[in-house]
Design a protein around this ligand. Structure first.
Ligand SMILES: C[C@H](CCC[C@@H](C)[C@H]1CC[C@H]2[C@@H]3[C@H](O)C[C@@H]4C[C@H](O)CC[C@]4(C)[C@H]3C[C@H](O)[C@]12C)C(=O)SCCNC(=O)CCNC(=O)[C@H](O)C(C)(C)COP(=O)(O)OP(=O)(O)OC[C@H]1O[C@@H](n2cnc3c(N)ncnc32)[C@H](O)[C@@H]1OP(=O)(O)O
Length: 386
């Protein structure tokens, strides 16, 4: 796989860093998640659902011995992903100046909401806050409604986890030339703002001249909208270009000559009502049979269950099943020679691999026993807990 041989230490975090680590693991990196010891059976009930292909090491970084273990691991690692607010790693004596001095090849990825500097660098926040500060949230939502945050997809995952993974891969690529690591300041505010470059850079095209929810791509246009079908399901319509719009009109059984022109803004609300009443007359399956195999850009809005079963997605194996029959999306994109090979195994329990990882990194059995008796690490006896 493309990233095989790359050793990644991922300090356990909430949502973006786990995705970042999972992407690297899917594409072949050896990802070791550093968890906080919990000293209870509840540790087995982990909440990281993006742990595919990772192993877990439970290490108390608040103890000097625990922090020293991480320093030693970083000495042999390629990448460290840390998901804490600015200042946390420094307080632990694990800031980039320390770790990069010990291993100048280390790529030290800092995945935060607000970045390492600036007024909010030390503030708590979540996806919705980062999205808001990036300016993007102000663009999302329907006419006359408050802005709408579309789950925590945009900042946490698009601007956070994915952007950080991209930064790491770029830094690895550069390191192959220079031999040197570097610090990645991956702020989700900036990541999601960057992701929205099209929105920023198209401001003067007239695409966004109307208030929120009244523009071409933000649910203002009748031909870029979601419509309810007679069985309570939905169809997504994205017929922007006139040649595709014509096919939409034909499929709806309407006559182009009797309608206002596609780009007549003032007619859009009325046209939406017309389209809505037509879509409401047939079931989703009926609309699919009309629009499948056309270029009308009309597709069903599928539930997760239906998405996994849809013919197109099945033909491409777009969803996979692990050993526990859990279905999830296949890693994307698909590389022709070195595609991702996602692990089929269940996610690791916290501390499940503490001992084997430490042994791999050259710790002796005696050192491990001492760390364990000092409670700087946690060794999980699975048999005792299951
Ligand atoms: C919208 C999303 C978040 C969605 C996540 C939800 C899905 C989950 C959130 C809560 C979960 C529920 C909850 O846990 C309760 C149940 C638990 C049960 O087991 C399962 C069900 C639950 C209901 C559970 C269900 C779900 O999992 C949840 C609902 C996001 O936006 S995520 C993005 C968040 N932002 C960032 O990641 C940006 C960077 N990070 C930060 O800004 C902060 O970390 C953050 C997120 C604001 C949290 O701040 P916090 O004060 O908690 O942490 P930090 O300031 O970063 O400091 C970390 C401290 O921890 C110490 N530490 C870390 N590792 C170790 C270690 N190995 N050993 C020892 N100590 C460690 C570190 O030293 C820091 O200590 P200090 O503060 O003393 O310096």
């Amino acid at each position: 796989m493309a990233l095989s041989g790359v050793r990644v230490l991922e300090l356990a975090g909430l949502a973006p860093a786990p995705l970042c680590g999972m992407i690297l693991a899917d594409f072949g990196a050896q990802v070791l998640r550093v968890d906080r010891p919990s000293r209870s059976a509840a540790a087995l009930a982990h909440t990281d659902v993006q742990a595919r292909g990772k192993r877990s090491l439970a290490l108390d970084l608040k103890q000097p011995q625990g922090a020293a273990v991480l320093r030693r691991l970083c000495g042999q690692a390629d990448v460290l992903i840390e998901p804490f607010r600015h200042g946390v790693m420094e307080r632990l004596g694990l800031g980039p100046e320390v770790l990069l001095q010990e291993n100048p090849r280390l790529i030290y990825a800092r995945l935060t909401g607000f970045g390492q500097t600036g007024k909010y660098a030390k503030s708590a926040g979540h996806d919705i806050n980062y999205l808001a500060l990036s300016g993007v949230l102000s663009k999302l939502g329907r006419k006359n409604e408050n802005p709408y945050a579309p789950v925590n997809l945009l900042a946490d995952f698009g601007g956070g986890g994915v952007m950080c993974a991209l930064g790491i891969v770029i830094a690895l690529f550069e390191r192959a030339r220079s031999g040197r690591g570097q610090v990645i300041d991956a702020s989700m505010v900036e990541g999601v703002a960057y992701l929205s470059s099209f929105l920023w850079k198209s401001q003067n095209l007239g695409l966004w001249s109307q208030p929120r929810g009244e523009n071409l791509l933000d649910s203002g246009a009748p031909f870029y909208e979601i419509y309810r079908t007679s069985d309570g399901k939905f169809m997504a319509v994205g017929a922007i270009e006139p040649k595709f719009y014509n096919q939409l009109i034909k499929g709806l059984g309407l006559n182009l000559d009797e309608l206002p022109s596609q780009m007549s803004f003032s007619h859009w609300p009325e046209m939406k009502k017309k389209f809505a009443s037509v879509f409401a007359q047939r079931t989703q399956a009926e609309w699919c049979s009309i629009f499948d195999d056309t270029d009308a850009c009309v597709t069903p809005v599928l539930s997760f269950e239906d998405a996994a079963l849809h013919q197109h997605n099945k033909e491409r194996n777009s969803f996979i099943k692990n050993d526990e029959e859990e279905i999830s999306p296949r890693p994307a994109p698909v590389l022709s020679r070195t595609p991702a090979v996602p692990s089929c195994k269940r996610d690791p329990f916290i501390g499940e691999h503490t001992e084997e990882i430490l042994l791999e990194f050259g710790f002796t059995k005696q050192e491990i026993d001492k760390l364990n008796s000092d409670k700087a690490i946690e060794l999980k006896d699975l048999k005792a807990n299951l």
